[in-house]
Ligand binder design. Structure first.
Ligand code: MLT
Length: 407
């Protein structure tokens, strides 16, 4: 028999969103006639827009011709797509050859863990997208689990709460090799300002740390004062990697396409190139994103595709506005929800899972319990704005039953 990887035993039994769908399924089995509305997982619901769709279909057709057939491609992606990402998403601030096209930000996080190995120290925002913590645990970077604190011993947690404007207290944050940072933030919906990101970059530079900056929700930013990429910040090219994804931009959560950026200037302590090693990892354990899907990505970055992207994102932005307003009307204080698809709410006097279960029972709405993202989020609930408009409107009509009854 093979010995189990001991790190696996340190993880919660199921990944957060699998656990939520398990509970949703049980509820639906017990209540087969009710319409359950999901404001839980941030999964896109609207169909692929026509120009992007045409890119995918035409791309697939090309593969059925002698001239258009492609086999294995360059692992970092079509050079035309890398060039287009550099121009359309970064205005030329990054070079095409610093871009690695992938099957999404989440698998890239796993591959970055392989790149850095299990001898690095890691800091995460608390709360944080669970993949940063869980993948660090699987790699064995986290040490034991402290049950009373509900935290891993060797991870540095950077609380991000309303008290600190959802930005870590860097003066009291110990140095780590890696810092995972997400803006617009999943789950709190907070967006880091230019000044905050400047402080983060300075912190990483002073400590010789590397920031893994997750910008998967960048297109939800409409405020021109807010940075859409870490590379808008001076000095970031020496200390940051950026992750991104077409998932939330054009509805590719199932289609799968993303990219990472590893700047030429990013070096290890021995002066060698991080990009070189990333290329080695990508070319070794990844065969590149599907070529059909890359054709879809190319179409998404055409002028017509960019307009479709804007329309699609605006649709979810309006959903977020509707949810946020309705929560405000019933007297709840909300965070996020503008420049972000997530609305973050504290339910006083309840744990997150208790509030999750009560909301599901009382309103037949699935949410996400904040504590699933970290202990600083105990008592919070995340509402996702991804949904059909009619479902969002139906959900907010049920909000009059959202609060615990007073008796
Ligand atoms: C979420 O709901 O947090 C995300 O959709 C999950 C993901 O992007 O993997």
């Amino acid at each position: 028999m093979v010995r189990r990887n001991p790190n696996m035993a340190k993880l919660p039994t199921a990944y957060l969103f699998r656990e939520i769908s398990r509970r949703k399924k049980i509820f639906m089995e017990k209540n087969p006639t009710v319409k359950v509305i999901s404001l839980g997982i941030g999964d896109t619901t609207e169909p692929l827009p026509p120009h992007v769709m045409k890119g995918l279909v035409d791309g697939a057709r090309k593969l059925g011709t002698r001239q258009g057939f492609l086999g294995y491609g360059d692992e970092p992606g079509f050079s035309e797509l890398r060039e287009k990402i550099a121009q359309k998403m970064y205005g030329g601030k990054v070079d095409a050859e610093e871009i690695f096209v992938s099957d999404g930000a989440k698998p890239d996080i796993g591959r970055f863990q392989i790149l850095f190995g299990n001898n690095v120290s890691v800091a995460v925002q608390d709360p944080a997208y669970p993949v940063y913590v869980d993948s660090s645990v699987i790699m064995g970077q986290t040490g034991g689990y402290d049950n009373s604190a509900r935290r891993f011993d060797n991870l540095v947690y950077m609380p991000c709460t309303p008290e600190n404007d959802f930005f870590p207290d860097l003066e009291h944050t110990p140095r780590t090799d890696l810092i995972f940072f997400c803006s617009p933030n999943n789950p709190t919906g907070a967006v880091a300002t230019r000044d905050q990101l400047r402080r983060l970059v300075d912190f990483a530079r002073n400590n010789n740390s590397i920031i893994i900056f997750d910008a998967a929700y960048r297109e939800f930013i409409s405020d021109p004062e807010l940075p859409k990429t870490i590379f808008e910040i001076e000095g970031a090219r020496e200390v940051a990697i950026e992750l991104n994804s077409f998932s939330k931009l054009v509805g590719f959560t199932g289609v799968r396409l993303g990219w990472s950026i590893v700047p030429n200037q990013l070096k290890y302590d021995d002066g060698s190139s991080v990009k070189h090693d990333w290329n080695r990892v990508v070319t070794t354990i990844f065969n590149g994103a599907s070529n059909v899907v890359q054709y879809g990505g190319l179409a998404a970055l055409d002028d017509e595709g960019m307009k479709e992207m804007e329309r699609l994102v605006s649709y979810y932005v309006e959903n977020a506005r509707i949810i946020k307003e309705a929560l405000g009307i019933i007297g709840l204080k909300t965070y996020g929800g503008s420049n972000s698809p997530y609305i973050w709410v504290k339910f006083e006097g309840e744990t997150s899972w208790d509030a999750f279960s009560r909301i599901l029972q009382q309103t037949c709405i699935v949410t996400t319990p904040g504590s699933g993202f970290g202990m600083s989020a105990e008592g919070y609930i995340r509402f996702s704005a991804f949904g059909h408009r009619s479902d969002i409107e139906e959900a907010v009509r049920r909000f009059d039953k959202l609060l615990p009854s007073k008796n």
